[in-house]
Design a protein around this ligand. Structure first.
Ligand code: UT7
Length: 323
């Protein structure tokens, strides 16, 4: 039975750090409000001219080096982003060219903050079917470009960044002890389209726009959905809460993360948190958190890692990985 094994991780954060105090010098907010309501203390912001593809490539290169794979050899590149360089072609094809790859398949996936889980599921399914042997899955965003910097209810929450993982198809017996992605679970409910959206944008409206969010509605759904789909994935694999070594949730708000860990009976010591330093980088939060926890040896081979996210659409999902 084929499984997608995580062979390498990489991350990139733009150099410029913007603190809550810096934002408070420009709009009617405070470090106290932002840190108490969200846990966010700072965020990274891309330099002028630095695009999603630049961030993605900067995360992809260390991920490939970690996996010991040359970019030219990749069979598949899937980029999760809500901030592509252009309306088309897919930004993933620019990354493909940047890596010197001319033989693989490259495409973008758009599920906003759940995008990385969606992209991981697409790649995992293709590897399991034998349509690809190696895959690069990236979450990369420059959300700073779609924020209304006068809207304090949204602009304080987001940041820019990119994270990447390399997957390699491996064979196993298919038990929950074998290395690799055990399962992925995707959901969406488009009746919530207007709760978190960009009010314009390239494509059919012919306009450009900014992020608009009914924050409380998103919050209420996030605390239920993220825990719920981790539960489903554990049940589907005959595993219990106590079997989880690490929970790597989407990083939007520390209170959402704490509530999710409580629902899953997991102490915060088993949860990877980056939201305090990076804010919400949408599709990039999970691969950024994975890269950090792998680099500092918290996540090691053999452990059970649960990923979960929820975002605009609404979309939500989970993945269980035997590292
Ligand atoms: O990745 C998925 C995307 N997003 C999320 O998951 C975000 C989910 N939602 C949230 O994290 C929270 O709902 C927020 C952090 C966005 C808001 O926290 P809240 O505790 O739900 O606050 P609220 O929206 O109910 O606002 C409370 C007050 C309001 O003032 P009044 O009406 O009570 O006088 C807001 O105007 O806080 C005010 N407020 C602010 N004050 C200072 C809203 N934003 C700010 C701000 N600084 N930046």
């Amino acid at each position: 039975m084929k499984r997608s094994i995580v062979a390498g991780c990489g991350a990139y954060l733009p150099e410029r750090v913007v603190t809550n105090d810096e934002l408070a010098s420009r709009i009617d907010t405070s470090d106290e409000w932002i840190s108490q309501r969200t846990g966010i203390r700072q965020r990274h912001i891309a330099a002028d001219g630095q695009l999603t593809s630049d961030l993605a490539l900067a995360a992809a290169r260390p991920a490939l080096a970690h996996a010991g794979i040359d970019g030219a050899e990749l069979d598949l590149i899937v980029l999760a982003t809500a901030t592509p360089d252009n309306t088309f072609p897919a930004t993933a094809t620019k990354i493909q060219a940047g890596l010197g790859n001319r033989t693989g398949t490259a495409f973008d996936v758009q599920a906003v903050c759940s995008g990385f889980i969606y992209a991981l599921a697409m790649a995992d399914n293709m590897l399991r079917l034998g349509q690809a042997g190696t895959a690069l899955v990236i979450g990369a965003e420059v959300f700073s470009r779609i924020l209304d910097w006068q809207d304090r209810t949204t602009c304080v929450l987001f940041g820019d960044g990119a994270g990447a993982v390399v997957l390699r198809a491996g064979d196993g017996e298919g038990t929950n002890r074998d290395r690799g992605i055990l399962s992925t679970h995707l959901h969406s409910d488009g009746t919530n389209y207007d709760a978190l959206y960009v009010d314009g944008g390239p494509g059919s409206t012919g306009t450009s726009g900014f992020v608009r969010m009914a924050g409380r509605e998103v919050y209420k759904q996030a605390v239920v959905r993220m825990a719920e789909c981790v539960d489903h994935s554990l049940q589907g694999n005959g595993l219990q809460h106590r079997d989880v070594d690490w929970l790597v949730p989407h990083q939007a708000n520390l209170r959402i993360i704490e509530s999710t860990s409580k629902k899953l009976d997991l102490p915060m010591e088993k949860v990877i948190v980056t939201v305090d330093r990076q804010a919400n980088t949408s599709a990039a939060t999970i691969p950024l958190a994975l890269a950090e926890a792998v680099a500092d040896n918290r996540i090691v081979e053999g452990q059970l890692v649960a990923l979960t996210a929820m975002g605009g659409g609404f979309t939500w999902g989970s993945a269980l990985v035997r590292w």
